[in-house]
Design a binder for this molecule. Structure first.
Ligand SMILES: NC(=O)NCCC(=O)O
Length: 389
């Protein structure tokens, strides 16, 4: 269903440069080279059967004398809507589960330890429901319990079977607090146990992203989940535009922060490669940015009060998922138009090595900024502006 006129990836365009120019440009655009990770032949075969492309890479890290390496393999999955937007909820969910099962099997065969989906992945009519039309009838039925809803129960089995931590961003229904809806990421550990959730902190009110019609800003703070494979956190979609949101996950000790997203080219593509990568550098952790793919069409035209004529599609979701390391290097991006998994191997020791090298945490001056922020939130705040007398 993706628009075939969309180009496949920036990387493929760069490959058209001569080898020498390509290497020069890549060093600056992508940072230190990543190394190749072999994908076994049977996995490659399965990936073409399922039409889920696999891209893989490994980040280099120095061996230390006192600490053993903390090697972890992360798998991030981007995908398009597998059925038309008019498909009934149950069928849509079944199609989503089938696709997820295929992707998780591919990740397991590639020895992935932590797997993350894109934003609200199982509520595949997400655009119709959440981000544009402001229609509610029927589509709110997608919302489900984070703790024991159908998506969590389905993934818990797979997490246990494959000894894999799974991060599952869903549309949550909080049955205890007034049946309210939240945009939530669920964390299931590698034994198949629910270990917690995080609710999206910053809700967009931009372009067609009319999400505030459906749910409020999250109330779960900045949790870091301690797993057998590392300390992980989730900064959901629009939260990536807020440096303090990234900072807070770093303060709480995250080693990998996932950014499951759903965003379109016209709005955000020039920002995409910068924000999660900058967060990795500034906060001394790995970041994994995941965006969905495709263009969906809706029955009823909608507007967003921005002067544009009523329209029936939302623009192209451009994929381009990637992983960035604290030293500023990054993986290749996944394609802009295809279902794909990025497998990235990293040594979490790199986080401390980069902190020691650059000293960004040591020179951070949190107390200075805490003082300013404390003043800035007061009604009688006066900005520190100095004018010529
Ligand atoms: N899903 C979501 O938060 N989208 C907002 C658009 C953006 O941040 O690029």
């Amino acid at each position: 269903m993706s628009d075939l006129s969309e180009f496949d990836s920036v990387e493929n365009i760069l490959k058209k440069l001569g080898r020498d120019d390509h290497d020069k440009v890549s060093r600056i655009l992508f940072g230190k080279d990543t190394h190749k990770i072999e994908v076994p032949e049977d996995v490659q075969k399965l990936s073409s059967q399922h039409q889920i492309e696999i891209v893989s890479c490994g980040f280099d890290c120095k061996e230390e004398q006192l600490r053993s390496p903390k090697i972890v393999r992360v798998g991030i999955f981007q995908h398009q809507h597998p059925v038309p937007t008019s498909t009934p909820i149950k069928e849509t969910r079944e199609a989503a589960f089938k696709l997820a099962g295929q992707a998780i099997e591919l990740a397991a065969k590639s020895r992935v330890n932590i797997f993350c989906f894109q934003e609200a992945w199982s509520n595949l009519s997400i655009c119709r429901l959440l981000f544009c039309t402001r229609e509610k009838i029927t589509w709110c039925e997608y919302a489900e319990s984070a703790e024991d809803g159908p998506t969590t129960m389905y993934l818990a089995e797979l997490a246990k079977q494959y000894n894999m931590v799974i991060i599952s961003p869903i549309l949550e229904r909080d049955h205890i607090h007034g049946e309210t809806i939240w945009n939530t990421a669920v964390v299931i550990d590698n034994h198949g146990d629910y270990i917690g959730k995080h609710r999206k902190n910053h809700i967009p009110r931009v372009g067609d992203f009319n999400e505030s019609t459906y749910y409020f800003e999250g109330n779960t703070g900045h949790p870091v989940f301690e797993t057998e494979f590392g300390k992980i956190a989730i900064n959901i979609c629009y939260g990536r535009h807020h440096p303090l949101n990234w900072l807070a996950f770093g303060i709480n000790g995250a080693e990998i922060v996932f950014n499951p997203s759903a965003t379109v080219g016209e709005l955000s593509e020039p920002l995409w490669g910068i924000e999660a990568r900058n967060a990795a550098i500034a906060n001394g952790y790995f970041t994994c940015a995941i965006n969905r793919v495709g263009t969906e069409h809706f029955e009823n035209a909608f507007t967003s009060g921005d002067g544009k004529p009523a329209h029936k599609d939302f623009g192209h979701f451009y994929g381009s998922s990637y992983v960035a390391a604290p030293n500023g290097s990054r993986s290749p991006g996944l394609p802009r138009t295809k279902n794909a998994i990025l497998i990235a191997e990293m040594d979490l020791n790199l986080c401390r090595q980069v902190k020691d090298h650059w000293g960004f945490q040591m020179t951070q001056r949190l107390e200075m900024y805490a003082e300013l922020l404390n003043k800035a939130i007061k009604p009688d705040f006066t900005p520190q502006i100095i004018k010529k007398k």
